[in-house]
Design a protein around this ligand. Structure first.
Ligand SMILES: NC(=O)c1ccc[n+]([C@@H]2O[C@H](COP(=O)([O-])OP(=O)(O)OC[C@H]3O[C@@H](n4cnc5c(N)ncnc54)[C@H](O)[C@@H]3O)[C@@H](O)[C@H]2O)c1
Length: 333
């Protein structure tokens, strides 16, 4: 069977996760990479044995030999790139967030026609899957409450080394939209449809470097009556594993996304532990497993389940936190 032909735009940090994962897929061939900075595109092409590179992603629009395009560029570019590529008939898999603004994400959805996928790889973590099953089958009784905390470290150099970070116009926000989005997405994946949000944002340490927030907290109300509290910061001293806690009637589950612990009748049991290693293991290790699933749908000409509709609620929630912070009120979604 002919391989699916893929191109990737944005040869920065996350491309170093995409390209090795794509190389492991038997049904995919990466035929081109693109970066506005030629040296980056050339270096990735050489590193991964990709036959060509370019600095102009628009050349992909008229190419009949490209089926799928991965978007790994700054947040504000996801929408214009995805919309043009979708209109040109490509399948698109974009990095999170779907877009930097809700309106842009809605435009992407209008152009998608079942061909847009968004990367939320932590939904594929074994811990996430077990939690999802436990909520669905009721093995611990009703879910009563949940909370999450993200304590990571990003210093001034992280922002100054990539000019789009730290600015509302290009990043769309700070810790909420870039780092905590995975964890907020998991809260929604577990708890259901969010209906209102309260919260606040602040720039506690990096106020000389960035215009966006480095710290935020909030409370999400869900349609089913559940509430989720969260706290996130990128000014902790180091990167700690993400914490999510779920209180059920008969047990508590605690996960750092890679391990999952059950606390029941005073006994703590390890339910799963991922074999993730390496400095970026806290990102989650699901890119490869997400890609396998995505490309299976491409082969079968079916929509991918993490599509625009599935990816937009978390963007609406985190944008509501900014508004709630300004108005000191509850934002109805
Ligand atoms: N899923 C995850 O866990 C995860 C982790 C890290 C980053 N990301 C996401 O990946 C995306 C990229 O982040 P990054 O950290 O790799 O950023 P980066 O700044 O390291 O890389 C972005 C690259 O895009 C290139 N670029 C900018 N404009 C371009 C254009 N017009 N045409 C072609 N190339 C262009 C830049 O030159 C740069 O090399 C973001 O959406 C980010 O949120 C996801």
């Amino acid at each position: 069977m002919a391989k699916i032909r893929t191109a990737l735009i944005g040869c920065g940090a996350i491309s170093g996760t995409h390209l090795p994962a794509l190389q492991k897929l038997e049904n995919v061939e990466v035929i081109s990479v693109c970066d506005a900075k030629e040296d980056r595109a050339k270096a990735r092409a050489e590193q991964f044995g990709i036959p060509e590179y370019t600095t102009d992603w628009k050349t992909y629009l008229t190419r009949n030999d490209i089926d799928v395009v991965h978007i790994c560029t700054p947040h504000y570019l996801h929408a214009p790139m995805a919309i043009a590529l979708l209109d040109a008939g490509k399948r698109v898999l974009t990095e999170k967030p779907i877009a930097s603004e809700v309106k842009d994400a809605e435009d992407m959805i209008a152009h998608a026609h079942g061909r847009l996928g968004v990367i939320f790889q932590n939904r594929y973590n074994q811990a996430s899957q077990i939690i999802k099953e436990a909520i669905a089958d009721g093995r611990y009784g009703k879910l009563l409450s949940l909370r999450a905390a993200v304590n990571w470290h990003r210093d001034a150099n992280y922002y100054t080394s990539s000019g789009w970070r730290g600015k509302f116009a290009t990043e769309g926000g700070g810790v909420l939209i870039n780092q905590a989005i995975h964890t907020l997405d998991l809260l929604l994946y577990f708890a259901g449809k969010p209906v209102s949000v309260r919260g606040s944002v602040s720039t506690d340490v990096l106020y000389d470097t960035i215009e966006v927030e480095d710290t935020a907290h909030g409370l999400i109300h869900f349609e089913n009556g559940l509430m989720a509290n969260f706290y996130c910061t990128t000014v902790y001293g180091t990167d700690r594993p993400v914490e999510i806690e779920l209180i059920f009637e008969k047990a508590t589950l605690k996960t750092d996304a890679e391990t999952l612990r059950e606390i029941k009748d005073g006994t703590e049991t390890l339910l799963c532990r991922s074999n993730a290693t390496g400095p970026k293991a806290y990102w989650g290790t699901g890119h490869e497993v997400l890609f396998r699933d995505f490309y299976k749908q491409v082969e079968e000409n079916k929509p991918f389940w993490i599509d625009g509709e599935s990816a937009i609620p978390v963007l609406k929630v985190l944008k509501a936190v900014y508004k709630a912070s300004e108005t000191h009120g509850e934002i109805i979604l």
